[in-house]
Design a protein around this ligand. Structure first.
Ligand code: SN0
Length: 312
């Protein structure tokens, strides 16, 4: 594998899950693989789990991670072609990506969507510019439309905790005060479509994800009906896709409660807003596997880096 930019870079999700579980059992087994290799982590947006777990994954493979908060600390990067750069951007992605490629053997990038310009977000301007102008492999640490490291993590976690061959997995929208990206929900949906699970999405009207992502997956607007007999409830807020980037509903009745969750396991990518997305009683109970889920971020990232290093 050259790049890991979307869930479609996973050729066989079941074998990847098994490989990740093997790494988890013996994380330092491949400590020689990344010796003297540098991983550059570039953040245009905030991060806790992605930043730390991806560095940890690199260290477990013997790599040297170097990190930069691009939006805070670097020169403003221009992505437009042919732009007269007499505004706020000081250097072009053509130079920036070429220069960073000389310092790094693998580049990982986090760049959230604008949530105002759908066409720009769907073109994955930042991620694709790095892909085009960098000369080394690229890892997506959450882009405008996808978060494939998170989705691989989620697939591993469901495989670990499932009690039946074909569990029922529900992706439920929950309210939030801010407009959030679709990336986590998109990649989770795509991962579940590749797995042997009974998968449904529930969200209020006006909150359907992109039809290109949803495909044949059932979308149920009645949350109670969707949650019936669920084994895993994956909760996430996203802003409207139809009324692009807008918050058109904050109905607190969509918050996940202990009563709603029943015997199912609660999953969330984190960070999660307590008593807005989900009540304390769920997060503070054994129903929640969010901490164990976050632990798997390391092994998902480690597997991706290992595959890239083996291909180099
Ligand atoms: C991001 C998102 O894509 O929804 C990152 C999740 C891994 N989450 C947020 O931006 C949450 C921000 C907040 O204020 O709650």
């Amino acid at each position: 594998m050259k790049h890991y930019t979307s869930i479609h870079d996973i050729d066989d999700i079941n074998s990847w899950i098994e490989d990740a579980k093997a790494l988890k059992k013996d994380p330092l087994k491949h400590l020689e693989l990344g010796r003297n290799k540098t991983l550059g982590l570039l953040f245009f947006n905030s991060s806790l789990r992605t930043r730390l777990s991806t560095q940890k994954a690199a260290l477990n493979l013997g790599m040297n991670p170097i990190v930069m908060n691009v939006s805070g600390d670097a020169w403003g990067i221009e992505f437009g072609d042919g732009t007269v750069m007499n505004g706020n951007t000081a250097e072009h992605i053509k130079e920036a990506a070429a220069v960073i490629s000389q310092y790094c053997d693998v580049i990982a990038v986090r760049a959230f969507p604008t949530l105002t310009d759908k066409a720009k977000d769907e073109s994955e301007e930042v991620l694709n510019a790095f892909k085009k102008y960098a000369s080394v492999p690229l890892v997506n640490m959450e882009s405008a439309t996808g978060h494939p490291l998170q989705a691989l993590t989620d697939a591993i976690t469901i495989s670990e905790y499932k009690k039946k061959d074909r569990p029922k997995v529900v992706l439920s929208w929950a309210p939030h005060i801010k407009a959030l990206p679709h990336a986590v929900a998109n990649s989770f949906t795509q991962a579940m479509q590749k797995m042997d699970v009974d998968f449904v999405i529930t969200n209020p009207k006006g909150y359907n994800l992109s039809p290109d992502i949803v495909g044949d997956t059932p979308v149920i607007h009645n949350q109670e009906e969707a949650l019936k007999d669920a084994d895993f409830v994956y909760v996430k807020n996203w802003s409207s896709y139809e009324d692009y980037g807008k918050v058109v509903n904050t109905d607190p009745n969509w918050m996940i409660t202990k009563e709603k969750i029943g015997d199912a396991k609660f999953m969330h990518c984190l960070p999660v807003r307590r008593n807005v997305i989900v009540e304390d009683a769920v997060l503070d109970s054994d129903s929640s596997i969010v901490i164990q889920q976050a632990n798997n971020r390391t092994y998902a990232a480690q597997l991706v880096l290992k595959k890239i290093l083996e291909n180099a």
